[in-house]
Design a protein around this ligand. Sequence first.
Ligand code: FES
Length: 180
Amino acid sequence: MTAPTERPRGGKHVVARTDEIPPGSRRIVELDGRQIGIFNIDGEYVAFLHRCPHMSGPLCEGAVIGLVESSGPGDVRLDESRKFLTCPLHGWEFDVHTGQSYFDPKRVKAKRFPVEVRSGADVAADAPAAAPGAPGTPEADTGAAPEADGRVPGPYTAETFEVVVEQDYVVVSTGRPRRK
Ligand code: FES
C-alpha cells in the first residue's frame, strides 16, 4: 500500500500587474486550489480567502467600508482610515489589516495571505528558466518531431504570465500566513 500523496501548497504567485487592480478594485483568483481575493485599498494590497469563517459565504464579494462611529443619536462619524471587509451573506465585518472579526472577536478571523508588489525585473529573475522543448517554448509549439519516448508535444500549453520588466506586479504568497 502506498502512502497518500499530498498536493503541495504554498509558494509565491504573480496574480496581476499593479495597474490591473487599481485603488478601490479587487480581483478573485484561484491559487493552489483556493479562491483568493486581492484588494487594492487606497494603494495597499491585501488578500483574503474567498470564504467567510462564519458560514463559508463569498467573503471577497463583500463591500469594503470605513469605520462608522457614533456616540449617540445625531452623531455619526465615518473613519476612512480604518477599513473593514463586509461579508455579503450575513454582514460580519473583518478588519482588512488583521482579518479580525468584531462580531465574534475571540473565535473568528478571516484568513489573509501576504501580498507584495515586486518589480518585473525581480519577478523575471525569480522565474525558472524553461528547458528546451518544455511546454510553452517555441520548440514545443512548432509540431516538433516525437521525443525519444514517442510523445509528441501538442499545440496547447498552460497559461503563462508574460513579464514586462518595466512594470510592477502583485505577488501573493500562499504559504503559512504571517501571524499578527
Ligand atoms: S457567512 Fe459570512 S457573515 Fe455569515
